[in-house]
Structure formats: structure tokens, C-alpha cells
Design a protein around this ligand. Structure first.
Ligand code: SAM
Ligand code: SF4
Ligand code: SF4
Length: 375
């Protein structure tokens, strides 16, 4: 049996060369990893650059003027991304999330959105296409993105108080412009809009109440994310994590909440609905979500793959290494070979970092930065 190895051309974050399987894979959407988890969600990072310097993600001291970003030629082109996305759909992906870095910094992103939204699964199903953004450029881009076929957006927003917000993005960016972006997204029909707030104890926990009050009954789903130990630069400490259970308790002091059924399988957020006077969920008041990746791991049904800006496939947010799909693309591998490579990589996946965090079994290794593989 002969195996062909296409050598690595780029060693950033130490991607592994992929050994091309000798037998083709059936792209019937039934792929499963070693723990029986299917592949449903593909997060694609379209740039490693960002105009914010959130300390939990791209701290200024590390991502300073001397930081070397990927050169343009290293980035996957829109055609390369779309080709890979089509092959991923064959293996069961139903949701594509564009992320970064700040995805709206990638020039002509709407062209990519148009290409992705023309994709169909074998039985004619269009993928769900969404985008995570810091919202800074959304007021200018929302309409073009919607026209290109984007369905929804998630906007990251860590507080409403301008002083707190400016200090968390660490580039003195005003909160009003992000709120304007959210309004533009709503006007363009990019809904339902989700707002993600990373909660850091001692930094923005006092913004939980104002954020809940602001978005309750607005049609926007506010989600609180536990501060995570992603990457190696944010100086993460467990005592800065505010457990989601505390967030829910805090909101419940003001507004009664009722637990809602989970969304789709593999959904990261636990859902809580605002209750009416009779204690029943009132859809007009809406819901919140809590994402408890630290205190309540959800690896058991994690169906997410991540494609880095330069085409490395990551199987976990906390992985140390990706698998180099770009080399296969650029070495002229055909669709069947790349599809088989994706199947082989996912088929061997056993990652479950959050379940192992803090135990002896947790891998002690350098982890890739979130700005590079996307959240
Ligand atoms: N720049 C875009 C944004 O901020 O929405 C997209 C990329 S960002 C890496 C994706 C998401 O990851 C954001 O919602 C951000 O708040 C979240 N994130 C980044 N670092 C995090 C950390 N250490 N813990 C929890 N969430 C984090
Ligand atoms: Fe930029 Fe998003 Fe990271 Fe903040 S979380 S630094 S906006 S990539
Ligand atoms: Fe998925 Fe890795 Fe997060 Fe677990 S730690 S939920 S496997 S991305």
C-alpha cells in the first residue's frame, strides 16, 4: 500500500502534514470521530488581524506593532475556502460560521458569503451561514452581507458602559458604534441577532445587569461566555472566571427565568427564557444563553471543526496543532483526495480538552491563539 505525504510548507503553529488515505471516503454525511461525534459545524477564520485588542484574546503587549501577521499569500483565497466548505458539507457540515480575527477586516467578505451561500448539500439543503464580529464595521457592511446571502450575525459586546467597553477593547473604541452596527444588522434583516458577552470577574461583571436590561424584550439573544484559557497569551486565571450559574442567579434576582429546552444537538449555550407574571416563558421578553466551557464542559457532543486563516484544520479550540489542508489544495490534490483526508482527520479525532481541564489527563502543551483559528 503506497501513501503519499505532501510536505509542510508553513510551520506556523506547527500544522501537521496530512497523509493522503489510499481509499476514498464516502461523503454521505455520516462521518463520526472516535467518540461517535458527527461533523456539523465549520468555523472559518478569514483573517488573523483585528482592530481590537481585547486582553482576553489579543493582548496589546503581545499583539503589538512588531507582531507578524500572515502574509496575504498565506491566506486561503475565497475559492479555496469555498472548495473546502463544499467538501465539508459532503461530510455533514450544516452550519458555517465566518470568524477571525475580525472577519469584517477581510476585503470583499461579501463575495465569499455569496460563494458560500450558493453551496448545497447532496439533497439540496443550503448551509446556515453566520458571522461572528466585534461589530465595529457592521454599520457599513450589514446590508451588503445580507444581500450576499448571510443569514445571521453574532456580535461580541462586553458591556454598555462606554468607559468599560473602551478599556476592554483596549483601543478606545466607543460602544455607540457597535450598538449602531447591531441596529444596522437588525434593519438589514440579519436575525435573530446574538450578542456574546465574555464575563471576566472583577472587570465587567457589573455590566451583566445593564446588558440584560438593555436586550430583554429586544429580539436580541444575549449570551454570557465564561472567560476561557484559550491560547497562551491572555494570562488566564481561574479566579477571573465568573461561573455561568452565578450569572443566571444574578439576573434571576431582577428577572425570573425559566430553563428552556436545548437548541440543536451540539449547541454550546444553555438557554434560559424570561418568564411572565405567571412564571411561564414569555417569547416576547426573549431569552438569554450561558456558555459554560469552563465550569460545565460540553465536549461530549462537540461537532465543531475550525479552519484557520491559512487552511489548517483544527479539531478543538484548545488544540496545539492543525492539519494542513492548504498544502493539499496547493499541491493539486483532487476533491476525492481532500475529502478522504478530511474524513481521515475527523475519524481519528479524540479531543475533549474542557472535560479534562485541571485533571492529570489534560494535555500540557502550547495552544493556538483564538484570533488565529476563530471562536
Ligand atoms: N473578532 C470577532 C469577535 O470578537 O466577535 C470574531 C473572533 S473572536 C476570537 C470570537 C469570539 O471569541 C468572541 O465572541 C470573543 O468574545 C470570544 N473570545 C475570545 N477570547 C476569549 C476568551 N479568552 N474566553 C472566552 N471567549 C473568548
Ligand atoms: Fe479581536 Fe474578537 Fe479577539 Fe476581541 S475577541 S481581540 S474583537 S478577535
Ligand atoms: Fe469542543 Fe474542544 Fe471545546 Fe471540548 S474543548 S467543546 S472538544 S472545542
Amino acid at each position: 500500500m503506497s501513501e503519499r505525504v505532501i510536505p509542510l510548507v508553513d510551520l506556523r503553529a506547527g500544522a501537521r502534514a496530512i497523509t493522503l488515505p489510499t481509499t476514498p471516503a464516502r461523503a454521505n454525511g455520516l462521518l463520526a470521530d472516535t467518540r461517535g461525534r458527527p461533523l456539523r459545524d465549520l468555523r472559518i477564520s478569514v483573517t488573523d488581524r483585528c482592530n481590537f485588542r481585547c486582553s482576553y484574546c489579543m493582548p496589546k503587549e503581545v499583539f503589538d506593532k512588531d507582531h507578524v501577521y500572515l502574509p496575504q499569500a498565506a491566506l486561503l483565497s475565497f475559492e479555496e475556502i469555498t472548495r473546502l466548505a463544499r467538501l465539508f458539507l459532503g461530510h455533514g457540515v450544516r452550519k458555517i460560521r465566518l470568524t477571525g480575527g475580525e472577519p469584517l477586516l477581510r476585503k470583499n467578505l461579501e463575495v465569499l458569503v455569496a460563494q458560500l451561500s450558493a453551496l448545497r448539500t447532496e439533497d439540496g439543503v443550503a448551509p446556515d451561514i453566520t458571522l461572528t464580529t466585534n461589530g465595529s464595521l457592521l454599520h457599513r457592511k450589514a446590508r451588503a452581507l445580507k444581500d450576499a446571502g448571510l443569514q445571521r450575525v453574532t456580535v461580541s459586546l462586553d458591556g454598555l458602559d462606554d468607559r468599560v467597553f473602551r478599556s476592554m477593547n483596549d483601543v478606545d473604541f466607543p460602544v455607540a458604534q457597535v450598538l449602531e452596527g447591531i441596529a444596522a444588522a437588525r434593519a438589514a434583516g440579519l436575525g435573530p441577532i446574538k450578542v456574546n458577552m465574555v464575563v471576566k470577574r472583577g472587570t465587567n461583571e457589573h455590566e451583566i445587569g445593564p446588558m440584560a436590561r438593555h436586550f430583554r424584550g429586544s429580539g436580541v439573544v444575549l449570551r454570557f461566555i465564561e472567560y476561557m484559557d484559550v491560547g497562551a497569551t491572555n494570562g488566564w486565571r481561574m479566579d477571573e472566571v465568573l461561573p455561568s450559574a452565578e450569572v443566571v442567579r444574578l439576573i434571576q434576582r431582577e428577572f425570573p427565568l425559566v430553563a428552556l429546552e436545548p437548541g440543536a444537538p451540539g449547541e454550546t449555550a444553555e438557554r434560559w427564557g424570561y418568564a411572565d407574571a405567571a412564571g411561564r416563558f414569555d417569547p416576547a421578553l426573549g431569552e438569554i444563553g450561558v456558555i459554560s466551557s469552563v465550569t460545565q464542559a460540553f465536549c461530549h457532543d462537540c461537532n465543531r471543526a475550525r479552519l484557520s486563516t491559512e487552511g489548517h484544520l483544527y479539531l478543538c479550540l484548545f488544540a496545539a496543532q492543525g492539519h494542513d489542508l492548504r498544502s493539499l489544495l496547493r499541491a493539486g490534490a483532487d476533491d476525492a483526495q481532500i475529502s478522504a483526508a478530511i474524513a481521515a482527520v475527523w475519524g481519528a479525532r479524540s479531543d475533549r480538552y474542557s472535560e479534562l481541564r485541571g485533571t492529570q489527563a489534560a494535555p500540557a502543551r502550547q495552544r493556538v491563539e483564538m484570533s488565529y483559528i476563530g471562536g
